[in-house]
Design a protein around this ligand. Structure first.
Ligand code: ADP
Ligand code: MG
Length: 574
């Protein structure tokens, strides 16, 4: 075939394919237009996940009657005039491509009226051609409906999923737009059913309450304005006690635009190191403010990806803001995952910072790292006493540095405290019955039917170890918890208890060991927590008295020892 310039309709279809992938992309573009028009209320209605029809209605500025058709011309926009403007994009749209692309992909009807106009202009298009125009009466604002999406593009239609799956993607778009614009009221109907409605009162927390439930929204931590973050960050993040099994609840916004950014998601995740176990992810809505000139949103036709002039600054802004908020507001971080093997320290402890150390002068773990095939229950209690230790300081808010009779000792504060509490619990339980700590406010547990059944079965075991649970309507009230000293976050804690009680394959042996380990884990100081001298002294003193001070209940080392002899060799003194 000779080279030819594509006909305008083929070119339009190709361009449409770039912007309009599925119903969710149509909805995203239409909502962006509504937001750019200053709307304070936006309603999205779908039939069959948007494959049948989509309608987006707003109460924004409207379009003058004589511009209604022009809006559907390619590269027609009211938001940009000079190429220079591209460096300072502050509106959501700017490419002038959405409406023409949508008109190439389905049947479109737009009704629009500026507030000061007498009537509304209506225009109907099919395959990019205007079929009908008329004036009618309508409320101020704009309403655009799209029917039979991709009917004219069978190749694209083939790639659509089920109406339910497509509808879920649309809901995801509406949800994120609602987070980004909390002062706009979003209403979303799927097949005539109200599926989502946000209050539009300006509070992100209230949007999250709609999306994730009130229980989650109330505990979310507000990002504190970080002093050391290169760019401004605001938003809400979950405390360590609340987490999810996937990254899907981490939402990122750059200058008000919902973006997909692997690197920023990693930044948020990194900040939770030591707070969440592997495979658990936070809930977060994070808003990064970057000077418009330092971010390129024109990377991708759908504007979902952005490029930063200073990627590292964007990364560290998110990472620091989240980390500082966590450290400042939840000094007692708890692990909320059901897994008992906790904490990132695990991967750090056995490898030491000296790479040049030869095998014979290797700093010694007090015992070799626990090998995988040997669980804590099987390891015999060793006749070993910690030397008396003098606190020197703390590093990384995670390790206590101490001096002993023979050199330097590094103590993992979490592992050490865990072991101390573990032994204390077992000793208490050995003689008397466990101590219970009544709660001032009984704590209601929202449980799945399966979990509720598990509670019922586990009740005798739980009560034997200090829990008091009471049926309440269809739910359960926690009235008392084992008395271990430190407050615990109840929901994840009780959930983990259930897992422990239910899971017969626990490597810990008898159920009380597993329970004690779990309670100890939840009640001990965490990595990342600043300890004062007194706290460090108390911790080391307790560790000195422990029966088996070298390991935590999961078998991780609590202490690393570098003998004076080893230090002398390292510094070539001998
Ligand atoms: P862009 O948003 O990139 O400018 P679009 O094709 O999405 O391009 O829209 C073209 C133009 O139509 C916009 O610049 C705007 O002037 C007008 N427009 C589209 N939707 C609306 C709306 N809901 N309210 C007011 N004006 C609108
Ligand atoms: Mg637009």
């Amino acid at each position: 075939m000779p080279i030819q310039i594509l006909s305008p309709s083929v070119a339009a279809a190709i361009a449409a394919g770039e912007v309009i992938e599925r119903p969710a992309s149509v909805v995203k573009e239409l909502i962006e237009n509504s937001l750019d028009s200053g709307a304070s209320s936006i309603t999205v209605e779908l039939q069959q996940g948007g494959i049948g029809s989509i309608r987006v209605t707003d109460d924004g500025s409207g379009i003058p009657a004589d511009e209604v058709e022009l809006a559907f011309a390619r590269h027609a926009t009211s938001k940009l005039t000079e190429a220079d403007d591209l460096t300072y994009i502050e509106s959501l749209g700017f490419r002038g491509e959405a409406l023409p692309s949508i008109a190439a992909a389905g049947k479109v009807r737009m009704v629009s009226r500026p507030a000061d106009a007498q009537g509304a202009a209506s225009v109907e298009l099919e395959a990019s051609k205007v079929l009908r125009r008329q004036m009618l009466s309508a409320a101020p604002g704009t309403s655009i409906s799209v029917d039979d999406l991709f009917m004219v593009m069978p190749a694209r239609r083939k790639f659509l999923r089920t109406p339910i799956a497509e509808g879920a993607r649309v809901k995801d778009v509406v949800a994120h737009m609602a987070m980004a614009y909390p002062s706009v009221r979003f209403t979303f109907y799927a097949d005539d059913r109200l599926a989502l409605q946000t209050p539009g009162n300006g509070a992100v927390r209230d949007v999250l309450a709609v999306l994730y439930g009130a229980e989650t929204a109330t505990v979310m931590l507000e990002i504190r304005p970080g002093e050391r973050s290169p760019y401004g960050v605001s938003g809400l993040i979950s405390p360590a006690t609340l987490s999810r099994g996937s990254r899907s609840a981490i939402s990122l916004f750059v200058n008000g635009r919902w973006v997909q950014s692997r690197s920023l998601v990693i930044a948020a995740e990194e900040a939770y190191r030591g707070y969440l176990t592997q495979g658990r992810y936070p809930v977060a809505a994070l808003f990064l403010q970057v000077p418009p000139a330092e971010v390129d949103v024109n990377v991708h036709p759908t504007k979902r990806e952005v490029r930063f002039l200073r990627e590292g600054d964007a990364f560290s802004s998110i990472q620091r803001a989240v980390r500082e908020t966590l450290l400042a507001t939840s000094p007692i971080a708890l692990v909320s995952a059901p897994s008992l093997t906790t904490d990132y320290v695990e991967s750090v402890a056995p490898s030491l910072p000296f790479t040049s150390v030869g095998p014979e002068s290797q700093p010694a773990l007090l015992t070799p790292p626990a090998s995988g095939d040997m669980s804590a229950a099987e390891r015999p209690v060793e006749e070993f006493r910690m030397p008396l230790l003098r606190v020197v300081g703390q590093i990384s808010n995670t390790y206590v540095i101490a001096e002993g009779t023979d050199g330097l000792y590094l103590v993992d504060q979490h592992a050490a405290h865990e072991q101390v509490l573990f032994e204390r619990l077992l000793k208490e339980w050995d003689g008397a019955s466990p101590q219970s700590q009544p709660l001032l406010d009984p704590y209601p547990l929202e449980l799945t039917p399966e979990e509720a059944e598990a509670v019922e079965q586990a009740l005798p075991v739980l009560e034997r170890y200090g829990f008091l649970l009471e049926p309440f309507g269809g739910a359960w009230l926690v009235r008392a918890v084992p008395a271990v000293g430190r407050p615990v976050a109840l929901a994840p804690f009780v959930r983990e208890m259930l897992t422990v009680v239910r899971d017969k394959s626990m490597p810990m042996g008898p159920p009380e060991r597993a329970l004690a380990a779990s309670i100890a884990c939840h009640s001990s100081v965490r990595a990342g927590m600043v300890l004062d001298r007194q706290e460090m002294e108390a911790l080391l003193e307790q560790l000195e008295k422990a029966d088996n001070p070298r390991h935590c209940p999961h078998g991780r080392p609590t202490t690393i020892h570098m003998s004076t002899g080893m230090l002398d060799r390292q510094f070539h003194r001998v």
